[in-house]
Design a protein around this ligand. Structure first.
Ligand code: ZN
Length: 311
């Protein structure tokens, strides 16, 4: 079994306009890195399928899904675009991309549970962790990780899953959806204060939130995770671990001011895999969130994938 790498050309066609940091070139930069570093031998490439809307409704309200489907399908047919918040633009290709992004996370979950892949990474956009139960925001429409986590629990019968979020921004959408669901433990670290200005006070007892000030360095972040994340994960004994893999905490990424490097992303990955090995038969599904400095993003995803694939 190898590491599955899920993506789809539709994820590239969602384009929020010139100069927008959450751009199609993010996926190109990752792809180039994989080619230059000969990673294809270590990965099994999978074209992501479209998500089933009934599965989306395990994480989002029926009303939200119906309203978003209406809007995005109408944009797809008229060719128009519309801002859904000051940072987030829905355009004609957004619907197809959103279906494939959430579809990738769900399909990756199935591949890993069915032992067709040892673990999986979804190179997808739009990202998901700011999408709440009933609201698009912060470049996100469907909460890919929350949908996949609920799929693992509700459709596949797992009893406990963990979500690890190391994006520089607080995963407020994932917290909104999963807080209070005692089948889930979510652990996260994020810069505070920073968009979306939440997370300092967790919304549920199943949330381990670590807000850190700007300019915190990797070694300090590792220490905080060792003290707070990993004891909670060991005690929870997740049967599967989902990663909201955002790389915008990299020191070269000016979306935030954290000091993470490729070595820190490798460390996160190996430590998470170590927990998964003990409690979850190694089952890890990682889904791309942020990461906006193209070079740092590609190198960091590379370090993450090398760790996942063991090469
Ligand atoms: Zn982010």
């Amino acid at each position: 079994m190898s590491t599955a790498y899920l993506s789809h050309p539709a994820c590239r066609r969602h384009d929020m306009g010139p100069g927008h940091p959450e751009c199609p070139q993010r996926l190109d930069a990752i792809e180039d890195w994989l080619i230059v570093h000969g990673m294809d031998a270590a990965l099994t490439r999978v074209d992501a399928t479209e998500v089933d809307l009934r599965t989306v409704e395990l994480a989002h309200t029926h009303g939200y899904v119906a309203e978003l489907a209406d809007l995005l399908q109408s944009l797809a047919s008229t060719g128009e675009s519309r801002a859904v918040d000051p940072d987030t633009v829905a355009m004609p290709h957004t619907w197809a991309a959103a279906l494939r992004s959430a579809g990738a996370a769900v399909q990756a979950t199935d591949l890993v549970l069915d032992r067709k892949a040892s673990n999986a990474f979804c190179a997808v956009r739009p990202p998901g962790h700011h999408a709440t139960r009933d609201q698009s925001m912060g470049f996100c429409f469907f909460n890919n990780v929350a949908i996949a986590a609920r799929h693992a629990l509700d459709n596949r019968g797992l009893r406990r899953v963990a979500v690890v979020d190391f994006d520089v921004h607080h995963g407020n959408g994932t917290e909104d959806i999963l807080a209070g669901d005692d089948r889930v433990l979510m652990v996260s670290i994020f810069q505070d204060p920073l968009f979306p200005y939440s997370g300092a006070v967790p919304k549920g007892t199943n949330m381990v939130n670590i807000p850190v000030p700007p300019y915190t360095r990797g070694m300090d972040i590792r220490e905080m995770c060792e003290a707070q994340w990993f004891p909670a994960l060991e005690e929870f004994r997740p049967e599967m671990i989902f990663i909201s893999a955002g790389f915008d905490g990299h020191r070269e990424d000016d979306m935030g001011q954290l000091g993470l490097t490729e070595a820190d992303y490798e460390w996160f990955t190996l430590r998470i895999m170590d927990v998964a090995q003990r409690h979850a038969r190694g089952r890890v599904v990682s889904v791309l969130e942020g990461g906006y400095h193209l070079g740092a993003l590609a190198r960091s995803v590379g370090a993450h994938l090398r760790a996942l694939a063991g090469v």
